[in-house]
Design a binder for this molecule. Structure first.
Ligand code: FEO
Length: 401
């Protein structure tokens, strides 16, 4: 049985990873795919490989189209192991194949797998003729590692974009217009937030590089292939790269005996009554990456933790470490929480917030279980913080709320 042809003589030979729920800390609730494309031309060319545990499945998919020994080129757009894990298996199974790769990619691949490949290093703008088609390589440095590149086929008008425009979204349908649009764009945004946010300022340059290309398909290395929504996803990347916001407030908290949870609920009520969109997450029950996806477009962040052993709760430490790594910019932030005989959580949270927020606003805390007076004060705190956000949103050209 032949794999799907995304265009005549171009096969989808990658794999769906239905079971995966973790991608270096990013919780992939809809699984993932590792896309690989086989171009049948005078020179048979594979673009990208798959994660190591799926190497056998990749080889089987290729061999259903052509003998493995007939593969001439294997383009490695990115050496992160979700795309390069099958390289050693391919080197054995396809002894005649040259591995086409960037210089940074070559160095990374040797560090990962040893000097076992027949490499041809390509530079930005280089073109490889494979028969009826030509492949042009565009360096996409830091989207998402130093080695990243994209491969463009002018004759087919296909951009093989690797990580860019991907989604961690395992589906049996392979094109964007065959899946639920809400799910698709949610997963595309969540992917951008968790993978590309730290490099968002490079997106404009990358889009400018791709701007002159006639693109009819964007075939990324994760998720579905863009066919109908190309203009939409390019527009989203344009916005996301500039740090567009929706004006909302994210409240992320954890609680020991329910006191900080009561504060979180009161703060949310106050902010809601100010007319702002509020999204509330309990960190012990929500993956950091899910909150990150919402924080990505939010204007403000409030974090809440009680004091545990003179500091913030470990779940809050994990969350703030994760968010700091994503290097968000342009958010207003403050903290809240309860304490018993001595505080500590608020100091911890404010120190961590200060690593990625230019000015941490005054927070709110109370002793032991919040009483009516504390809940009233927390509601007011939420209302006042929301007013700050409304003012910020009015003054921000990037805010689309
Ligand atoms: Fe999908 Fe950066 O790897």
């Amino acid at each position: 049985m032949l794999p799907l042809q995304i265009k005549p003589d171009i096969y989808d030979v990658g794999v769906q990873d239905w079971a995966v729920r973790d991608f270096h800390g990013y919780k992939t609730e809809r699984g993932a795919t590792y896309n690989s494309y086989l171009l049948m031309d005078e020179k048979i060319t594979l673009i990208d490989t798959v994660k190591a545990p799926f190497a056998e499945e990749l080889l089987r998919n290729i061999s259903q189209v052509t003998p493995l020994e007939s593969v001439d080129y294997i383009v490695i757009n990115h050496v992160e192991p979700d795309h390069s894990g099958a390289m050693p298996a391919l080197a054995k199974a396809c002894p005649n194949a040259k591995f086409i790769i960037s210089m940074a990619g070559k160095n990374e691949a040797i560090q990962h797998y040893g000097d076992i490949f027949d490499f041809t290093v390509v530079k930005d703008g280089a073109t490889l003729n494979i028969g009826k088609r030509n492949l042009t390589f565009a360096m996409m440095t830091m989207l998402h590692w130093p080695d990243n590149m994209a491969t463009y086929c002018a004759e087919e008008k296909i951009l093989f974009s690797n990580d860019a425009f991907g989604q961690h979204y395992a589906t049996s349908k392979r094109f964007d217009d065959e899946v639920d649009q809400g799910e698709l764009f949610y997963e595309a945004q969540k992917y951008f937030a968790n993978i590309l946010w730290p490099y968002a300022k490079l997106i404009g340059k990358a889009l400018a590089k791709l701007g002159g290309l006639d693109i009819k398909l964007i075939a990324p290395s994760h998720g579905v292939i863009w066919r109908s929504g190309i203009a939409d996803i390019l527009a989203c990347y344009g916005k996301w790269g500039q740090g567009v916001c929706d004006g909302s407030l994210v409240i992320a908290y954890d609680s020991m005996w329910g006191g900080t949870e009561k504060l979180a609920r009161a703060i949310a009520r106050g902010a809601q009554r100010a007319g702002i969109v509020v999204k509330v997450f309990k960190l012990s029950q929500t993956p950091n990456s899910t909150v990150a996806a919402e924080l990505f477009t939010a204007s403000g962040l409030l974090v809440g933790s009680p004091t545990l052993n003179s500091g913030m709760m470990p779940s809050m430490g994990s969350f703030l470490t994760y968010i700091k790594g994503l290097a968000p910019v342009g958010k207003k932030a403050a903290s809240f929480g309860t304490f018993g005989w001595a505080g500590g959580a608020q100091k911890d949270m404010e120190e961590m917030l200060g690593k990625f927020v230019p000015e941490v606003l005054p927070g709110y805390q109370c002793k032991w279980t919040p009483q009516t007076v504390n809940l009233d004060a927390a509601e007011q705190f939420g209302y006042d913080f929301a007013q700050e956000l409304l003012e910020k949103n009015q003054n921000s050209a990037d805010c689309q709320c």
